[in-house]
Design a protein around this ligand. Sequence first.
Ligand SMILES: O=P(O)(O)OC[C@H]1O[C@H](OP(=O)(O)OP(=O)(O)O)[C@H](O)[C@@H]1O
Ligand SMILES: Nc1ncnc2[nH]cnc12
Length: 183
Amino acid sequence: MRSVSPSEFFKSQIRTVRGWPKAGVNFRDVTTLFHNPQAFRMAIDVFASDCERRPVDIIAAVDARGFALGGALAYHLGKPFVLVRKKGKLPYKTISESYQLEYGTAAVEIHMDACKPDDRVLIVDDLIATGGTLLAAAKLFRELQGNVIGVAALIDLVELGGSQKLRAAGLNVHALCEFAEDE
Ligand SMILES: O=P(O)(O)OC[C@H]1O[C@H](OP(=O)(O)OP(=O)(O)O)[C@H](O)[C@@H]1O
Ligand SMILES: Nc1ncnc2[nH]cnc12
């Protein structure tokens, strides 16, 4: 019997909801992966072993689904954890970065003391689509002179070009699996 590759295993744990939140979208729902302790642990373990090869000082994660992954990874590694939040949610002094959505713009923020110059930062999220969110997050840490060593995600929607855009910005990109738009 053929063994299942890690990427196939992760894909099998992610539910696709067709036509949500609107017609034509195949929504990749990671709550099913989070619901399976073996799959969740495996995802965190893969990200953690990457961090052993390429050491990091700070784990950051993007609002909101990224928090589940980033929090578990930071706990596992015993590293400081930083929240990259949607605009208007952080209580202390912040820096903001806007990015394009399909219609209009959005912004993400971090606290101005979220990292020190030269801290090696890994930014975690559940999914890369256009890459706009992770690129905005990376710009925030760069503004604080942080050394953003890369981004980690469960899913890369490769056809949307986000991972390519992130690599072009000098970021390492590690995604555990890929989905084609029509899958
Ligand atoms: O690569 P991009 O085109 O920027 O898209 C990816 C982002 O979109 C989703 O978040 P969303 O803004 O829907 O927030 P949520 O996690 O709060 O649902 C996803 O969790 C990523 O953060
Ligand atoms: N297809 C998709 N599934 C889940 N989250 C997304 N964010 C942007 N596109 C998405």
